[in-house]
Design a protein around this ligand. Structure first.
Ligand SMILES: Nc1nc2c(ncn2[C@@H]2O[C@H](COP(=O)(O)OP(=O)(O)OP(=O)(O)O)[C@@H](O)[C@H]2O)c(=O)[nH]1
Ligand SMILES: [Mg+2]
Length: 423
């Protein structure tokens, strides 16, 4: 069954449709308002949950170090030199903290689906509200209508190119079908959106890839505050629960407080963190971590990096250097280079992604803060305009708020209130 038919099927009762449309309208204003707030959300989930013994080390992870004069030293790394004071934390498996989190995890998994649905609720309703309000003003199909359609789609973050493509194709389609009624137009819009999304995704692989032998290495990249460190913490928790031996590498040696933020995640989840003092060479931290992961048979190594602005050439070079160090030690690694993008930043996220794609071999996207946006179209834009697979989605700030991404489920969810149900 095609995706569009699934969407129709998924929404077979007219009563439900009316209910959701009503909810959509009711919630529209609310979601838009809270979206504005969410983009200001601060980045100190870790420090909020510190135990008393950690208070002294408490980190304001908002505090960004503006000193960007760090040299890009491409000489042979001083791996054991005096300034590379090697520190590592082995966090025990059976701490009481870990047991507590195990209990929490059990409770949580029972309402797994409900939470997933809830995390995406805002984008679903927001997207629906935008299309609905376009159609509410609909009189007939003319140039004004197509212009409004383009604006609405851009506003919903589907991306400029996609918006234009849909509008152009729809002009033909409307003529062809002789569509005049509101529901015919609405169906045609959604059908086009789904069709383009499906066609663009034929080659896409949304699965994470693991090493067949030896440690698997995932490298996380992305600009400041998008959620790299949080995603690493969540993923460490996932693999730890699966019984894997997990290590984190604190290669964000640049931002004040970043090392401690990752170390705190390590303590909470109960996994090893390899770190050095602030301002050490990030590639040296990664070298130590990869070496230890190999020698001590770790299953997964997750590498945190500094949030860098896309126009900082030196920092980009540093990223290449990190990747080189990893590949030298484990030839088929990194197994994933995951670019974290903040879903609430819309077109900005696309621009960042295009620039990261140019300088590193990005293998997938982690779309964070999807719980905080009412514009679900970003998922369509990422596929249609970037051709990078979304592999993980962040649906909140907590340890278990990370999910694998299923494009079909997402799209069915996004559009299901918007098409005429099948009989
Ligand atoms: N609502 C929500 N918040 C998130 C999500 N992922 C991360 N955050 C929050 O976003 C903020 C920034 O997250 P970090 O993980 O510190 O981001 P980062 O990319 O490591 O930032 P830098 O270290 O500065 O480069 C924190 O307050 C997180 O709690 C998510 O999926 N949903
Ligand atoms: Mg970070």
């Amino acid at each position: 069954m095609g995706l569009f038919d699934r969407i129709r099927k998924a929404f077979s009762s007219q009563d439900d449709e009316e209910k959701i449309k009503q909810e959509t309208v009711d919630n529209d204003e609310k979601s838009m308002k809270s979206e504005e707030n969410s983009s200001d959300s601060d980045s100190n989930v870790v420090s909020e949950e510190k135990t008393s013994e950690d208070v002294d080390q408490s980190v304001d992870s908002q505090e960004k170090n503006s000193d960007e004069s760090e040299e890009d030293n491409d000489e042979i790394l001083d791996l054991n030199g005096d300034n590379s004071e090697f520190v590592e934390e082995e966090n025990s498996n059976d701490s009481s903290e870990q047991n507590d989190s195990l209990k929490v995890e059990e409770e949580v998994s029972s309402d797994e689906e409900e939470r997933y649905d809830k995390g995406l609720e805002k984008s679903r309703k927001g997207f629906g509200a935008m299309i609905n309000s376009l159609l509410a003003n609909f009189r007939h199909v003319d140039e004004d209508f197509f212009e409004e359609l383009e604006e609405t789609l851009i506003e919903a973050d589907v991306g400029f190119e996609t918006a234009m493509k849909i509008s152009d194709e729809l002009r033909q389609e409307v003529k062809l079908r002789n569509a005049k009624k509101k529901n015919e137009i609405s169906d045609a819009i959604i059908e086009k959106l789904v069709e383009i999304y499906e066609n663009e995704g034929k080659e896409e692989d949304n699965n994470l890839h693991f090493s067949s032998e030896g440690p698997t290495v995932f490298l996380f990249v992305g600009v400041n505050g998008v959620g790299k460190t949080t995603t690493i913490g969540k993923l460490a928790h996932r693999y730890k629960m699966e019984g894997k031996k997990v290590m984190l590498a604190a290669a964000d040696t640049f931002r004040a407080g970043a090392i401690e933020q990752l170390a705190e995640w390590g303590r909470r989840v109960g996994v090893t963190v390899v770190k050095k003092v602030e301002k050490s060479d990030p590639a040296a931290v990664v070298f130590d971590a990869v070496k230890k992961a190999k020698e001590e048979d770790y299953d997964i190594l997750l590498v945190d990096t500094a949030g860098r602005l896309q126009n900082k050439v030196n920092l980009m070079k540093e990223l290449e250097k990190i990747a080189r160090v990893i590949t030298r030690e484990i030839p088929d690694a990194p197994h994933e280079v995951l670019l974290a993008l903040d879903a609430t930043t819309g077109q900005n996220a696309l621009t960042q992604a295009k620039q990261f794609k140019d300088v590193t071999n990005v293998t997938g996207i982690v779309l964070t803060k999807l719980d905080g946006t009412a514009k679900g179209g970003i998922v369509l834009a990422i596929r249609n305009e970037l051709h990078l697979p979304v592999k993980l989605v962040g649906l909140g700030e907590k340890m278990d708020d990370l999910r694998d991404f299923s494009p079909e489920e997402y799209v069915v969810g996004l559009f299901k209130g918007l098409v005429t149900p099948s009989k």
